[in-house]
Design a protein around this ligand. Structure first.
Ligand code: GRF
Length: 222
């Protein structure tokens, strides 16, 4: 076993994806460890999750900074101070500056609650229902300056059922998110994820884990 990949997680709220990553990292032999959680919101429930897990956390409130760049510089300094190798955005509700994203290129990932490139931005579940989608889901992707548009690492699909409302659908997608994000983190930490010509290639030996994620999400989703 090599040294675990050092992960910094940025949150703004509930932190259920953070919890999924915490739980994954606690499994013996998991190749990554969360060394820092940063929230831009002081009351974020996710901060309690970090505290319970004994993970250092910081509150960096964007409102205290004159510019987006100054806020991002503060994030950057905190992450570097902990020796972070990979940044995971987990419900982090701030747009990051191009400079920050460039500085972390290839080392910053996000989870988005839709099957990208469908439904970038907000209200993804409402929009999936409005357009009559039969399948919806989540995407883990590398972060690039264009919002919700970086190279796709993993996706998990769930069905959209006839009587779904946005809350029911969101809950179904969230279950898929909690499986997808830890798997993406594990594959990156194991060095199985490669970006080639702007697209992600994942080593063949990871295929069973990836296929299981998708099939189970569709068949088992309540
Ligand atoms: C998730 O749906 C995630 O995909 C999106 O924001 C939500 C965050 O939820 N980016 P949580 O804070 O992880 O519970």
């Amino acid at each position: 076993m090599g040294v675990p990949l050092k992960v910094g997680v940025l949150i703004s709220g509930r932190g259920s994806n953070l919890q999924a990553l915490i739980d994954a990292c606690e499994a013996p032999g998991f190749p990554a460890a969360i060394v820092l959680v940063i929230s831009n919101v002081a009351q974020a429930a996710g901060l309690t999750r970090a505290e319970k897990a004994g993970i250092p956390s910081a509150v960096i409130e964007h409102g205290r900074f004159a510019t987006r760049e100054a806020f991002d510089a503060s994030l950057d300094a905190a992450l570097r101070e902990k020796g972070v190798d990979l940044v995971c955005l987990a419900g982090f509700m701030r747009v990051l500056s191009e400079g920050f994203i460039a500085a972390w290129a290839g080392k910053i990932i996000n989870i988005h609650p839709s099957l990208l490139p469908s439904f970038r931005g907000l209200r993804t579940h409402e929009r999936a229902i409005e357009t009559g989608e039969r399948l919806h889901g989540c995407t883990v992707h590398f972060v690039t300056p264009e919002l919700d548009a970086g190279p796709i690492i993993l996706q998990a699909r769930v069905p959209v059922r006839p009587n779904d409302d946005a809350a029911i659908l969101a809950a179904r997608v969230l279950k898929a998110e909690h499986r997808c994000y830890p798997l993406a983190l594990r594959l990156i930490a194991e060095g199985r994820v490669h970006v080639e010509s702007g697209r992600v290639r994942i080593d063949d030996d990871a295929r069973p884990a990836i296929e299981a994620l998708d099939v189970d999400s569709i068949r088992d989703a309540q």
